[in-house]
Design a protein around this ligand. Structure first.
Ligand code: KG4
Length: 336
């Protein structure tokens, strides 16, 4: 079954053709990151306009790269939330018209379920159940992936997402947008014990997380130093900050896997590219005798292949979208 999939929830327009869930025939992406970098963050209206400009060309490119004709497509899939509403709407409307034009089913896909699926593409042996740490610019969740389309949220951030935290601190440091990857590069060779950041525990919800205090502490530290004319050790600041974020995430996901009695842990989303978090998870899983599944860096960020993969399993579970399918800024991963 060949699925033509679209993703447009934030600042990447993406299209892919995926066969039978795990075989990626093509995966093309048009990133708008440079466009938003001058503003230090995504400007929703610009994002929507750029998706409109890019999406038709990407659909053709995805078919061409896959070596397929339109008649070879068996279904169309699209991210229908969560995300920037105008941006998601572009993908949903385009996918609806393509599915209608081709006379094939339309499959709506939850964006974060798609991120989890990136692991199925990278690890052909991976099957649920497992626990997945979903960390991106807009989401931080610990999810019990009971089956391909059955999920339960075990823990969630109470405020900022982990990626947002990296982005905001990077913005104050003036090292670029999106800030996660430059922060990661900056941290190399830094002393991760040099600066201390608050460690937060949510009362009565041990799996929940909070990043706003951590973000504010880092920003205050930078502003105080600037006001006093003090020079900060930036690699050590970045390393200490990454360590604090990792300390919020890694023990919780390990505890979640233990409570679920699973032997498998996966990671998903843009922040899954972070070297400190990947390293800490490798150590923790090795120590606990658990199998760790990390997506390659190319599949951590937003892409169409992950949507095409998850769509296959949603299709098998009977999910379809009609021409009245809407886009959603917020969408519950459990309901999908
Ligand atoms: O999954 P993604 O591409 O988009 C969303 O669905 O949000 O994630 C983007 C986020 C951004 O916040 C970006 O700064 C962060 O992932 N990110 C990283 C790294 N690479 C990307 N954060 C930490 N370390 C990285 N190496």
């Amino acid at each position: 079954m060949n699925i033509l999939a679209f993703e447009s929830s934030c600042d990447e327009t993406a299209a892919a053709v995926v066969r039978d869930g795990r075989q990626v025939l093509s995966d093309v992406i048009a990133s708008q990151a440079d466009m938003h970098a001058i503003y230090g963050g995504v400007v929703p209206e610009i994002a929507s306009r750029k998706h409109v400009e890019a999406i038709a060309g990407l659909a053709d490119a995805a078919l061409q790269k896959a070596g397929l004709q339109r008649r070879d497509i068996d279904a169309v899939a699209v991210t229908y939330g969560p995300g920037l509403i105008g941006a998601v709407l572009v993908g949903v409307n385009f996918a609806k018209s393509v599915a209608y034009g081709l006379g094939v089913p339309l499959i709506p896909v939850h964006h974060v379920r798609g991120h989890i699926s990136a692991n199925y593409i990278a690890h052909l042996d991976l099957e649920p159940p497992f626990v997945c740490l979903c960390v991106s610019g807009g989401t931080t969740l610990i999810v019990d992936v009971k089956d391909y389309t059955k999920m339960r949220v075990l823990g969630a951030t109470r405020d900022d997402a982990a990626g947002e935290c990296f982005d905001k601190v990077a913005r104050v440091l003036g090292i670029g947008y999106p800030g996660g990857a430059p922060m990661d590069r900056l941290s190399r060779g830094g002393d991760d014990k040099k600066y201390t950041f608050p460690s937060v525990h949510v009362h009565d919800a041990p799996m929940d997380m909070s990043f706003s205090g951590l973000k504010t502490a880092a920003i205050n530290l930078i502003h105080n130093a600037q006001q006093k004319g003090e020079k900060l050790d930036l690699p050590s600041l970045a390393a200490s900050f990454a360590g604090a974020v990792s300390d919020m995430l890694v023990p919780r996901v390990m505890e979640a896997a233990r409570l679920c009695r699973y032997r498998k842990v996966a990671v998903a989303g843009g922040v899954a590219a972070n070297s400190r978090i990947r390293g800490d998870l490798e150590k923790a899983c090795a120590q606990a005798g658990m199998e760790l599944y990390l997506p390659p860096l190319s599949l951590c960020g937003d892409n169409g292949a992950m949507i095409g993969c998850q769509a296959y399993y949603e299709y098998l579970a009977g999910k379809r979208g009609g021409l009245d399918l809407n886009a959603y800024a917020n969408l519950d991963i459990e309901k999908g």
